[in-house]
Write a protein that binds this ligand. Structure first.
Ligand code: NAD
Ligand code: UDP
Length: 359
């Protein structure tokens, strides 16, 4: 199948492109590299030994997007492109609503025009807000607490409306819990710009000596050790979930919503301990104030995805930490240089070899 992947150079997108190529799909990536680097795409090519087409374009560019649909026989879309920093979304809500909501509206309009009505959408467990109970099932009440979460919730509702207006659509909404880890090759992984907001990238940078110490946000939650509990999921397991979701929408119509999580919760202190074991170093930390807006605990009931998609996670917390650490040790070579050179290349670029650029 020929699959358009928006945001395919990003963290989850790049791992999903690997799995799509490994399962025999043709992939076309569209990304504006606002939060990623084209180097990840070359690394995907190295991992899989496969070529694919890349468009350096924003999904807000309707004309550009239409040209992609005209020039390629796209059968389905996996839509990762979006901004994801909660704090930034509070400071710049319009930027988030334009990119995440208008971007999706434009994408869906173009898909409708070109009769491509199969879509997998990246949503988030943040749409549950403060959950009424644990573990969290898909039918729990929804309540976003910040502009980022609201952008996801609004898009979910838009997609429901779209299907209600045209029953030919087939849509999978995937609510991710906390993706961490990296590809086992150490070639691709999460590459946040600046100081990371999320726990694992912060810990890896402390372990690598790039940051001094971790601040644990809150030690007085009603959890096993007082620190926040989350459902951490290996990004490769998450990527596999997209392959299963794609298979599902090939043969069914409707809107299908799935939690993608492991079903187990780990506290911040448990994650620190596991990471220390992996890297053989002590992670200095202090316990500070709670971070505003954080919930004490959040983990999935993953049974719907298991029964309907035949998907469940395979990788445990040790593997997640080990792969994050390998990525931290291997990651950064050539990154900056490639971004500058790539900006000057023709669009689309058929991704074959990085040597084309560097010679
Ligand atoms: P990421 O930032 O690494 O990847 C997103 C990609 O989309 C980046 O490559 C970015 O350059 C691109 N992009 C952003 N706006 C674009 C636009 N207008 N046009 C074209 N490309 C654009 O983030 P990720 O962690 O891979 O997340 C992927 C998706 O999953 C996002 O929609 C995010 O909100 C959602 N999600 C992520 C998490 C998480 O913890 N990582 C959790 C739940 C949901
Ligand atoms: N956390 C922390 N220090 C940090 C970053 C995160 O203690 O520097 C905690 C946070 O309070 C939460 C957990 O780690 O309990 C996961 O946070 P993350 O931001 O990675 O995910 P989210 O809160 O979005 O689920």
């Amino acid at each position: 199948m020929s699959v358009l992947v928006t945001g395919g150079a990003g963290y989850i997108g790049s791992h999903t492109v690997v799995e799509l190529l490994n399962t025999g799909n043709d992939v076309i990536v569209v990304d504006n590299f606002s939060n990623s680097n084209p180097e990840s795409l070359f690394r995907i090519s190295e991992i899989t030994g496969k070529d694919f087409k890349v468009y350096n374009l924003s999904i807000l560019d309707r004309e550009g997007l239409e040209k992609i649909f005209l020039d390629n026989n796209i059968q389905a879309v996996i839509h990762f492109a979006g901004l994801k920093a909660v704090g930034e979304s509070v400071e710049q809500p319009l930027k988030y609503y334009i990119n995440n909501i208008s971007g999706t509206l434009i994408l869906c309009e173009v898909m409708q025009k070109y009769e491509v009505k199969k879509l997998v959408f990246s949503s988030s467990a943040t749409v549950y807000g403060l959950p009424k109970a644990l573990p969290i099932s898909e039918d729990f009440p929804l309540n976003a607490t910040n502009p980022y979460g609201r952008s996801k919730l609004i898009v979910e509702e838009i997609l429901e409306d779209l299907f209600n207006s045209d029953k030919e659509w087939s849509i999978s909404i995937l609510r991710y819990f906390n993706p961490i880890g990296a590809h086992e090759s150490g070639k691709i992984g999460e590459d946040p710009i600046g100081v990371p907001n999320n726990l694992l990238p912060f810990i890896t940078k402390v372990a690598a000596g790039e940051l001094k110490e971790l601040k644990v946000f809150g030690g007085d939650y009603p959890t096993k050790d007082g620190t926040g509990v989350r459902d951490y999921i290996h990004v490769v397991d998450l990527a596999m979930g997209h392959i299963k979701a794609l298979e599902k929408i090939l043969f069914t119509k409707g809107v299908h919503i799935y939690n993608l999580g492991t079903g187990s919760g780990y506290s911040v202190l448990q994650i620190i301990a596991s990471f220390e074991k992996t890297c053989g170093k002590t992670i200095p930390y202090t316990i500070g104030e709670r971070r505003p807006g954080d919930v004490s605990a959040c983990y999935a009931n993953p049974l719907k995805a298991k029964s309907e998609l035949n998907w469940s996670t395979m990788r445990g917390i040790e593997e997640m930490c080990a792969d994050s650490w390998r990525w931290q040790l291997n990651s950064k070579k050539d990154y900056k240089k490639i971004k500058t050179i790539f900006a000057e290349m023709e669009n689309p670029y058929l991704l074959k070899s990085k040597r084309d650029f560097l010679l």
